[in-house]
Write a protein that binds this ligand. Structure first.
Ligand code: FES
Ligand SMILES: [Fe+2]
Length: 337
């Protein structure tokens, strides 16, 4: 049902602290917390005794004590003290532990075979942790399959209608799209040369005049989309391959499946302009959150309609090429187990 042996975002770095934090990821109930050394523990959220969620438990040092009969479990998921303290602790009394890694402002969890966890395979969200960039964002719980969100993000033609009142721009519909697949990545690029910058980008650039604008959506397996967006003055010589001359941002979208029809959506924006301006960061996060709510309404309605019309199939048009290619990669990884 889910692509295994992958890193998924378990939470924002600030969501996970000393207190136990529960989240269902790829159908598995998981409890997360930080130890004193700040490393993140992730355990199956079920006490090895009678399966009470450990997330209801009490933190003790780097361990967690079950709130029912008091079994004490350590960060590797092993019992270290029995409810009857005179009982011997048996090695087999344990709950599953998951590898975690903290990177690019997120806590990532490895779902699959723990021995195969390789931190080098964490999706490369470099703009989120680059010192010349700034990054912030939010979280939404979505009542839809994460793949519907990926379809949505890989096809920006929806901006014209879904985001009519916010970020929609008619030029987007006219611009040619190029789709490119390489390994587990799909790239959908749109280059809009010599257009009038929309107000947001004109302000960011702090000047008037025609610009080259780009939107480059990268699908990163298993379930992230990062969108390179920005504008540069036409005389700056920006190209689709190299465009650091103007103002540039990355819309960050990390999806983590919760169930077949619900998902966790971590979103944000990394930018290389006005990086010290915390007020801008906060205002932009609010705006971006409002724009995403426009998508959420559509995606959840689409999911309800899919469930209400079991005999009907999704149809692919040309505009869906990016999403279709991303789903091909997901299906290949699913088949590979
Ligand atoms: S259910 Fe946890 S100690 Fe009994
Ligand atoms: Fe959207």
């Amino acid at each position: 049902m889910f692509v295994l042996n992958q890193w998924y975002v378990a939470g924002w770095d600030h969501e996970i602290d000393r207190a136990p934090f529960a989240r269902v990821i790829c159908g598995e109930p998981i409890v997360l917390y930080r130890k004193f050394d700040r490393s993140v523990v992730a355990l199956r959220d079920a006490c090895p005794h009678r399966l009470l969620p450990l997330s209801l438990g009490i933190r003790e040092g780097d361990n967690i004590r079950c709130r029912y009969h008091g079994l004490l479990v350590d960060g590797s998921g092993h019992a270290v003290e029995m409810p009857d303290r005179s009982d011997r602790v048996h090695k087999s009394i344990c709950t599953k532990a998951y590898p975690t890694v903290e990177r690019h402002r997120f806590v990532w969890i490895w779902i699959g075979d723990a021995e195969k966890a390789d931190p080098a395979r964490v999706p490369d969200f470099w703009p989120c942790s680059h010192r010349d960039w700034t990054f912030d964002g939010g979280y939404n719980h979505l009542a839809c399959d994460y793949k519907l969100v990926i379809d949505n993000l890989m096809d920006l033609t929806h901006e014209t209608y879904v985001h009519q009142g916010s970020i929609g721009q008619p030029e987007i519909l006219g611009a040619p799209i190029a789709t490119h697949t390489e390994g587990d990545q799909v790239t959908v690029s749109r280059w809009m040369p010599g257009i009038d910058a929309p107000p947001f980008w004109r302000n960011a650039l702090r000047r008037d005049g025609p610009v080259d604008r780009w939107q480059i959506c990268h699908f990163l397996a298993p379930s992230s989309v990062i969108i390179d967006v920005g504008v540069a003055p036409v005389d700056a010589g920006a190209t689709i391959q190299s465009h650091d001359q103007g103002v540039r941002g990355f819309v960050i979208d990390a999806l983590t499946p919760e169930s077949e029809t619900t998902s966790h959506y971590f979103w944000g924006m990394a930018r290389n302009f006005d990086v010290e301006d915390a007020g801008f960061t906060a205002r932009f996060k609010k705006q971006q959150g409002a724009v995403f709510l426009e998508d959420v309404a559509i995606l959840e309605a689409q999911q309800r309609s899919i469930l209400a019309n079991p005999g009907c199939k999704l149809r692919d048009f040309g505009i869906d090429t990016g999403g279709v290619r991303a789903r091909q990669i997901i299906n290949r990884l699913l088949a590979a187990g």
